[in-house]
Design a protein around this ligand. Structure first.
Ligand SMILES: Nc1nc2c(ncn2[C@@H]2O[C@H](COP(=O)(O)OP(=O)(O)OP(=O)(O)O)[C@@H](O)[C@H]2O)c(=O)[nH]1
Length: 394
């Protein structure tokens, strides 16, 4: 009799414990967005049926294209990558820069000679010009060098290195503001809107790759990002971007057909980001040859149309560091069409022409904000003048 009285409560107790454990194990776990969790909800933009559907206020001319976003399905969440944190990638990329862009080493070698003759000064000048520093900055640097070396009166390696560091750093201009707008800001309507970042440049410079890398960098900094594939001319560009997006759980807004109006795609991407409350929307644009006036006009239209929904926070020009003077010519043309706020210098890893950083900043009056140092997904780093100059002299 005694045995029966404890038996029933004991069984009920075990059942209750099992129930609680089951509920805990089966409950959906909330995961961090952009890492292992679902992406922010971005409504799928569909082409409105004729006569049906609301045309957005300020919508682009020619109606809305059929658009699809490419959100990461919940089932694919476990494969979402965690991008490399910003701090550790800088250390890694600094080494790569030191190995490839070492014109500073050539300068140090000449300056360390016992007697610096006229031929040596010419060698220094040629080294700077060959590194694409530009004629103006080279002349300035040479004048300062000559004066300071005379005043210094020593060839001690540490003193020469410190002098060169100071002069190169002054040319790179550490005072420029290199921060990327990556938080929502107030629009003309007094509402908060995501930071809209347009990425422009000639084809092949690494625009699409840069948009993908930039998304990873922002995700690593806990930002909610949406990408817009407004390069509707190159068939593979939107697919390429969709792959970048899915790897880090970032939605990609793209047209469902090639050749759609890029301005419409840009508008829809900004709208989707706006509605999702994202921090940043990055819009990839088609590669444009600077001599094709029509295409350049189109870039102006993309900027105009996208800004109807949210102010354009940044327009980044992507330049291939290996193209030298040609790159500078491209930069001038783009700067005439859209107000640039920053430069991304790609392929600095394969170039001993790090001087282009100085030349392009002088040319445009806007800072280099990021540098591409390889083809790997996390081979993009915020540009830091001190680290750059140290790498040149390493
Ligand atoms: N070594 C190196 N390669 C890079 C870097 N950035 C981009 N690339 C490579 O450059 C090539 C062109 O990159 P894309 O991103 O397709 O260029 P794009 O400007 O978007 O080209 P279009 O879509 O044709 O306008 C690819 O093979 C990239 O891997 C970099 O920093 N270093």
């Amino acid at each position: 009799m005694t045995d029966q009285t404890w038996f029933l409560p004991a069984v009920l107790g075990v059942v209750l414990v099992l129930l609680v454990v089951g509920v805990v194990l089966l409950a959906p776990r909330r995961r961090r967005r952009g890492q292992a969790g679902a992406p922010p909800h971005v409504p799928t933009a569909q082409a409105p049926e004729s006569g049906v559907g609301e045309e957005p206020e300020g919508a682009p001319e020619g109606g809305r294209p059929g658009l699809v976003d490419v959100p990461l399905p919940e089932t694919a969440a476990p494969s979402v990558e965690g991008p490399e944190p910003v701090a550790s990638r800088l250390v890694r990329l600094r080494d790569r820069l030191a190995r490839s862009g070492s014109f500073g080493q050539a300068l140090l070698g000449v300056l360390a000679r016992d007697h610096i003759g006229e031929g040596d000064w010419e060698e220094l000048e040629d080294t700077l010009l060959a590194a694409d520093l530009g004629v103006g900055p080279t002349t300035e640097l040479m004048e300062s060098l000559r004066t300071r070396v005379r005043v210094l009166g020593t060839r001690d390696a540490d003193s020469v290195r410190a002098l060169l560091r100071e002069l190169l750093l002054a040319q790179v201009d550490p005072a420029m503001d290199r921060a990327l707008a990556d938080s929502p800001s107030l629009g003309a309507d007094d509402e908060l809107h995501p930071a809209t970042v347009l990425v422009v440049g000639v084809n092949g410079t690494g625009k699409t790759t840069t948009v993908g890398k930039l998304a990873r960098l922002l995700v690593a900094s806990d930002r909610d990002v949406v990408l817009g594939a407004a390069d509707t001319f190159r068939a593979a560009a939107a697919d390429q971007l969709a792959t970048w997006g899915s790897r880090v759980g970032v939605p990609v807004i793209r047209a469902d057909r090639y050749g759609a109006d890029p301005a419409s795609v840009a508008f829809e991407a900004v709208r989707a980001a706006d509605e999702a409350g994202a921090d940043v929307v990055i819009v990839d644009t088609a590669g444009r040859l600077q001599n094709k006036a029509g295409l350049m006009d189109e870039l102006g239209k993309i900027a105009r149309v996208a800004s109807r929904r949210a102010p354009i926070a940044e327009t980044l020009l992507v330049l291939d560091a290996t193209t030298g003077q040609n790159g500078l010519r491209q930069a001038r043309v783009f700067a005439e069409v859209v107000p640039l706020t920053g430069i991304v210098l790609t392929k600095l890893d394969g170039s001993a022409k790090g001087g282009i950083v100085v030349a392009v900043q002088r040319e445009l009056g806007v800072p280099v904000k990021f540098v591409g140092l390889g083809e790997g997904p996390d081979d993009l780093a915020p540009f830091e003048p001190d680290a750059f100059v140290d790498a040149l002299l390493a």
